[in-house]
Design a protein around this ligand. Structure first.
Ligand code: M6R
Length: 366
């Protein structure tokens, strides 16, 4: 049921605060400082000894996996590789019995992801599934795992599944970090508090809907879009571009902002809208100079910035101001305006956002 919403996709975008709360509930407590994923507890000795994690998935779930790589390396100091399941399964990959393979899948039925974990299982790796559909094939084929509690996702474009996947991987990274002692207790508390409050900040971000709709009206006829971000916002740029491609049929590419000068900068002229994810405090000055590079070539700049930002606001054509959080949690916030932008552009172009052409909700054939 779509309730008051015109489309499932919009409803699911708005359900994200609740979906995240449902996915975190009973699994962490900030004031008591604990994190507890049942599936992780069961295999914690083996996970603690793992020399490497491999994350495998497709599409949006692969983007969650990339964020997982940053989180696990940053917090738990474990080397991570992120693999497209379709490539991984066919290239005779090196998989060892002390590897942990995390498979991420909303549907739990994606053929390539399922085949990738069957291969890893044969080679004795531990398989940890992150699925949304209870009892799905990938959930059943995994040794252990955690469900995302997003509820049914009907729109073909994945939204709340993505943000709940990112929430679960954040918990995994935090719990392993706690076991390994790789981050100070005080830092752990700060992150847990922010995570406990992230839904409120997403609610706040959703209030930007009308502003984003106005921006959508200006760029709805564009033929191309670039999405640029650094660090934790790089996978968000990829995901934002995917959302636009799949529902509006506009060609869009996501890139690490600094990689732009190695090629894509050639595309920039007055007809190229460039969406910058510029909320990173750690790389702020570097992003400012990336924005300047685009401006110098007359690209149209839509920048997602932290509330109160002035430097980028001066350069950009449009700024979307989002609430500040821990940088490692920022994808949960910065993805929201990009989902809304893709949604409004697609609607204005007369596209069927819930069932875009050529796509199925779950890809059960390779
Ligand atoms: O069900 P899964 O998470 O395994 O699906 C993976 C991809 O097919 C899926 O994320 C796809 O890319 C979405 N349409 C993206 O919005």
């Amino acid at each position: 049921e779509k309730g008051n919403f015109e489309h499932f996709m919009l409803k699911e975008i708005y359900e994200q605060p609740k979906a995240i709360e449902d996915s975190l509930r009973g699994r962490m407590n900030a004031s008591q400082g604990w994190i507890k994923l049942g599936g992780l507890d069961e295999y914690i000795n083996r996970i603690d000894k793992a020399e490497r994690f491999i994350i495998t998935a497709c599409g949006t779930s692969w983007h969650s996996g990339m964020i997982g790589e940053y989180l696990l390396e940053d917090l738990a100091r474990i080397p991570v590789e992120v693999e497209y399941a379709s490539e991984f399964r066919y290239r005779n990959p090196i998989i060892r019995d002390n590897d942990v393979v995390i498979a991420i899948s909303q549907s739990g039925e994606t053929a390539d992801t399922l085949a990738a974990i069957e291969l890893a299982k044969e080679r004795q790796a531990l398989i940890y599934g992150i699925c949304n559909v209870i009892g799905s094939s990938i959930a059943r084929a995994s040794h252990a795992g955690s469900y995302t509690h997003a509820g049914p996702e009907i729109g073909v474009a994945s939204t709340k599944a993505f943000s709940t996947q990112v929430s679960i991987i954040t918990l995994i990274a935090l719990q392993i970090a706690q076991v390994k002692g790789t981050i100070p207790t005080s830092k752990m508390r700060e992150i847990l508090y922010e995570l406990e409050n992230i839904s409120k900040k997403i609610e706040e971000t959703l209030l930007l809907n009308d502003q984003i709709k106005e921006i959508a009206a200006i760029y709805k006829d564009a033929n191309n879009f670039l999405y640029l971000g650094r660090g934790y916002n790089f996978p968000v740029a990829l995901e934002g571009a995917l959302k636009l491609k799949e529902i509006s049929y506009i060609h869009a590419e996501g890139y690490p902002a600094a990689e732009m000068k190695h090629g894509p900068i050639a595309l920039i002229d007055e007809n190229m809208p460039v969406v910058f994810l510029a909320t990173n405090k750690s790389a702020y000055e570097k992003i400012v100079s990336n924005v300047q590079e685009v401006k110098a070539r007359k690209g149209k700049i839509i920048a997602v910035v932290l509330k109160g930002d002035t430097q980028i606001a001066e350069l950009a054509d449009h700024v979307i101001e989002v609430p500040e959080t821990e940088e490692i949690l920022s994808p949960l916030i910065t993805i929201v305006p990009l989902q809304l932008l893709a949604y409004h552009i697609a609607i204005m172009r007369g596209c069927n956002v819930d069932q875009p052409r050529n796509l199925a909700k779950s890809v059960t054939v390779e």
